[in-house]
Write a protein that binds this ligand. Structure first.
Ligand SMILES: NC(=O)c1ccc[n+]([C@@H]2O[C@H](COP(=O)([O-])OP(=O)(O)OC[C@H]3O[C@@H](n4cnc5c(N)ncnc54)[C@H](O)[C@@H]3O)[C@@H](O)[C@H]2O)c1
Length: 260
């Protein structure tokens, strides 16, 4: 997919690996000057190294001061910020437990990155975009923010928050020429999820196969398929889309798959 992002300046959070890296790379491949940011600078640096004119910056979205500093550095170095992709996110594998057993510390850890981090970063970016009277924000939510899953209470709560915060920011910032949209990925294969999905025999684990049975396309998505959705929302052509949540899930949330 090709769109013209020439001379656009884009900041992607959590761009060191996975979906964030794919989005940042696809923007760079389409001409944007991309700041690959991540709380792990070494992964961001390695990802950005492939793209001349791009940069890597250390950015932990839970650190308010660091977020402000990075946004100032972006403005100083690139002169503007056209696109922000709020991608950084965490989930828990250790605690897949019901709400009455869910540890407070783990709840706080997830909310701090997945929801509050998005607020802090959007706030700092909005100040720059408002002064330009132009900009795009793309928030990476999840289907879990639309249709809750069991045993992941902070993740589903945070992602539902991202969905409605996206709409609320679209209402507030639209009059300033800033479009705010979200992408809700379904199960997406990344280096991290590959280990969860595949058994040692190279086939999908039984539990994963049961999950895939509920996806009409019968497979997980790829990071490139999520990146294509982000490219579309960043493209000049999508100039009348604001406050939208673009579901990219192979039809998983289209309806209940059971036959009667
Ligand atoms: N992979 C999926 O199946 C899936 C499905 C739905 C939604 N998502 C969402 O997509 C986004 C990316 O997921 P992924 O699967 O690529 O994850 P990932 O774990 O592969 O990558 C996440 C990246 O975010 C970075 N990060 C973590 N905490 C951070 C922080 N505090 N500040 C800055 N960077 C931080 C990590 O270092 C890492 O590089 C997340 O918001 C996730 O919730 C993923």
């Amino acid at each position: 997919m090709h769109v013209d992002l020439k001379e656009r300046v884009a900041l992607v959070t959590g761009a060191g690996q996975g979906i964030g890296q794919a989005i940042a790379s696809s923007f760079a491949a389409n001409g944007a000057r991309v700041i690959f940011s991540d709380r792990r600078l070494e992964t961001a640096t390695a990802a950005a190294a492939r793209w001349p004119g791009c940069a890597a910056m250390e950015l932990d979205v839970t650190q308010d001061q660091q977020v402000d500093d990075v946004l100032h550095r972006v403005k100083d170095r690139f002169g503007r910020l056209d696109i922000l992709v709020n991608n950084a996110g965490v989930n828990t594998l250790e605690y897949r437990v019901p709400i009455d057993e869910f540890p407070r510390e783990e709840w706080d850890r997830l909310l701090a990155v997945d929801l509050t981090g998005l607020y802090v970063t959007s706030k700092a970016a909005a100040r720059i975009m408002r002064s330009q009277q132009a900009g795009r924000m793309i928030n990476i939510a999840s289907v879990a923010g639309l249709v809750p899953l069991r045993l992941q209470s902070p993740f589903v709560a945070a992602k539902a928050g991202v969905v409605n915060l996206t709409r609320s920011m679209a209402l507030e910032l639209g009059p300033h020429g800033i479009l705010v949209n979200a992408i809700a990925p379904g199960s997406t294969l990344t280096e991290g999820t590959k280990q969860l999905f595949y058994g040692e025999d190279g086939k999908f684990r039984d539990s994963v196969q049961r999950l895939l049975d509920h996806i009409p396309l019968g497979r997980p998505g790829s990071v490139e398929e999520i990146a294509h959705a982000a490219l579309f929302l960043a493209a000049p052509e999508s100039s009348y889309i604001n406050g939208h949540v673009l579901v990219v899930d192979g039809g998983w949330t289209a309806g209940y798959t059971r036959d009667f």
